[in-house]
Write a protein that binds this ligand. Structure first.
Ligand SMILES: Nc1ncnc2c1ncn2[C@@H]1O[C@H](COP(=O)(O)OP(=O)(O)OP(=O)(O)O)[C@@H](O)[C@H]1O
Ligand SMILES: [Mg+2]
Length: 228
């Protein structure tokens, strides 16, 4: 058993430099130091291009830093290959995107089942859990709907249910209400709030003042550095 003292994420002097050494070089992250603890609700803010998504991708195992270390539950992920990162993502992280990224040919239920197929859960258990998760996000009446038959807010709630499928220790979202009207946005915010009050760690990039209001911690990024 690893002891983490409740620390879920640690970034130590993390740099992300795109196209390093070329004329197109971008220093997207410049020496980020950050700790995120169990049950945190962190809002990441900053202007467009400041490095928010890059940071979320580095701590969410969607990308690795150019330099520095990222630890998830004390495990160094900075030098992992794509297969190793995929495994950590599947086991530990639920990711929600601005444009939902759910699969248009699958029903709501099948979309939520998908991560559980990859992790090898049998059909009956998988369907039961997918149904429960969709009920949890208020979509018990939409199990058989395809994404084109759902509103934006409903599609995003399917994405949240899918992100929860493998019981992640960490829920991350990049502008989850950025593409929603205010009332659908509120429903999505309420779900993240509930998840956090149930003990789930939440990290959200947002410009939405109603999300930042719910957050226990706010982190501001400017030019790839944490400035507050
Ligand atoms: N794959 C990439 N290759 C090269 N440069 C990139 C790449 N991804 C991002 N960048 C650059 O890195 C910087 C940080 O980008 P990032 O997407 O992290 O910003 P952001 O804060 O999420 O912005 P937004 O609010 O617009 O989503 C930007 O200058 C961007 O142009
Ligand atoms: Mg972004």
């Amino acid at each position: 058993m690893r002891t983490t003292n409740g620390k879920i994420i640690e970034c130590k002097n993390v740099w992300k430099i795109y196209n390093e050494g070329t004329a197109a070089e971008v220093r997207a992250l410049q020496g980020i130091n950050l700790e995120i603890f169990e049950k945190d609700f962190v809002a990441i803010q900053g202007v467009s291009g400041s490095g928010k998504s890059t940071l979320l991708h580095c701590i969410g195992c969607l990308d690795t830093p150019t330099r520095g270390k990222v630890y998830i539950e004390n495990e160094d992920i900075s030098k992992m290959n794509e297969d190793e990162l995929a495994l950590i993502r599947r086991e530990k992280i639920g990711f929600v995107f601005q444009f939902f990224n759910i699969i248009s040919s699958l029903t709501a239920l099948q979309n939520v089942e998908l991560p559980m197929i990859f992790s090898g859960l049998d059909g009956t258990k998988r369907k039961k859990k997918a149904r429960e998760l969709l009920e949890k996000v208020g979509l018990g009446g939409r199990l058989k709907h395809k994404p084109s038959e759902l509103s934006g807010g409903e599609a995003q709630r399917v994405a949240i249910a899918r992100a929860l499928a493998n019981d992640p220790i960490l829920m991350m979202a990049d502008e989850p209400t950025g593409n929603l009207d205010s009332s659908s946005g509120k429903e999505v915010i309420n779900i993240f709030n509930t998840l956090n009050s149930e003990g789930r760690t939440v990290v959200i990039i947002t410009h939405d003042p109603s999300i930042t209001k719910c957050a226990k911690r706010k982190i501001k990024i400017k030019d790839g550095k944490i400035v507050g």
